[in-house]
Design a protein around this ligand. Sequence first.
Ligand code: SF4
Length: 190
Amino acid sequence: MTLSDIERQIKACQECPLAKTRTNAVPGEGNFSADIVFLGEGPGKDEDLQGRPFVGAAGKFLTQMIKSIGLKREDVFITNIVKCRPPNNRDPEDDEVSVCTELYLWRQLELVNPILIATLGRHSMHRFLPKNFKISQIHGIPKKVTNKKTGKTFNILPLYHPAAALYNGALRETLENDFKKIPKIIEKLR
Ligand code: SF4
């Protein structure tokens, strides 16, 4: 099974109710052997229309921050917890998240095998860390976590979601500062 096989499966997937309301599934894109994966929560309106992750205003901001650390979008892998847009941008339901991550996300992460996974926003962070972890307290601090189901260990870096930081000066500065730490964190983990 390759990442391209998974991509094909995602595009045809009917395994949860989000299949009925999506325009396009959004498998993710980028370098299949990237050092870093950026992991959002789910596709928004622009992503649903284009079938690509992080292509709206928040995506442009993310791309800008990726460039600020000397990388291009093609150097990293970008995906989401759920691959189809929840209607009206509601939060994905727990069962939608479980089905989608079991079927696709864990396998994608296993195949890319990145040095670091930057989680974007608290929903993404809470796939790896218990709900009592607050993003305001642990953003920008790398953590080693083990997936209880697969036994696989990941290094994650909790970051604020670019959409939250886009129009909030203080959060924006925090996110930009956390981004600046990424090259050194990867170097240290390598
Ligand atoms: S969100 Fe995931 S599980 Fe649900 S239909 Fe889309 S690809 Fe399938």
